[in-house]
Design a protein around this ligand. Structure first.
Ligand code: SAM
Length: 241
């Protein structure tokens, strides 16, 4: 079955955007996934197609109205049955590879992209939205966050990456390590040499070196991930390690 992305946005022209190119674009043409962007404004009922209003309690900016969004969500979710409804927000659970894997394994995702100061809290709660953040920074809208979340999901769909990469060996794979560094030709560039072991043709040595590099990178760059890796390794020792 085709993995389906239904997007609620004030800027439907932003989709598929970069996802129409390269790996995701080819997969889109092969119908491994499908996308539909619905214009939130088309669900407004007044003459001016109003989707926002001033915040109760005062303060800067505008807030997206719950009544308009509720009708929009009803339309979007009915077109994508079984898919979780995600609201992208800096207040959400931070997107990580575990959540990406979960979303990619399901039927698809319905995504609400906020604008202005965000969305009325009541519709988030009434619709049981899964609140997801792209990271600890503030974007001007949910659309770039939707593109990056979809990109991460699409490359995990069956047949999309082919043999190009193993999701297990990549950063944030099953063992929660960062990946080892990569090198290609020339073997010496600006006086910098490729590590000798990679030229040796000795597969076991290469695998040992890569493993050590992956562990060192995780320990030094992301102590938080390293701690989680150690906990996981203690709970379920890896016979290959
Ligand atoms: N007032 C909000 C706050 O401080 O949390 C930020 C609103 S932001 C200017 C407008 C919209 O961009 C949000 O409703 C959300 O949909 C999206 N957005 C901004 N930063 C995001 C992030 N880090 N992850 C996901 N979506 C984000």
């Amino acid at each position: 079955m085709t993995w389906r992305a239904t997007i609620l946005t004030l800027f439907p022209d932003m989709f598929p955007g970069p996802l129409g190119l390269s790996l995701a674009g080819r997969a889109l043409r092969e119908e491994r996934w499908a996308i539909e962007a619905l214009d939130i404004r088309s669900f407004a009922t007044d003459r001016h197609r109003t989707v926002d209003d001033t915040p109760f309690g005062g303060g800067a900016g505008m807030v997206m109205r719950p009544d308009v969004l509720d009708v929009a969500c009803e339309a979007a979710t009915s077109r994508n049955p079984g898919a979780p409804l995600v609201y992208l927000t800096p207040r959400g659970r931070r997107l990580d590879q575990a959540l990406v894997r979960e979303l990619a394994a399901g039927p698809g995702v319905t995504v609400l992209c906020g604008r202005y100061e965000g969305v009325d809290q009541r519709v988030i709660e009434a619709r049981g939205m899964l609140e997801v953040s792209a990271g600890d920074f503030v974007l001007s809208g949910g659309e770039p966050a939707a593109l990056l979340m979809l990109d991460a999901c699409i490359r995990l769909l069956p047949g999309v990456m082919g043999g190009a990469a193993s999701a297990e060996e990549e950063s944030h794979g099953a063992e929660g390590l960062l990946e080892y560094p990569h090198y290609t030709r020339p073997a010496e560039w600006q006086g910098r040499k490729v590590p000798e072991v990679l030229l040796s043709g000795h597969h076991a040595e290469v695998a040992r070196w890569r493993r050590a590099e992956a562990e060192a990178a995780t320990r030094t760059r992301r102590p938080d991930l390293w701690d989680q890796h150690l906990l996981r390794a203690r709970a379920e020792p890896n016979p290959r390690a």
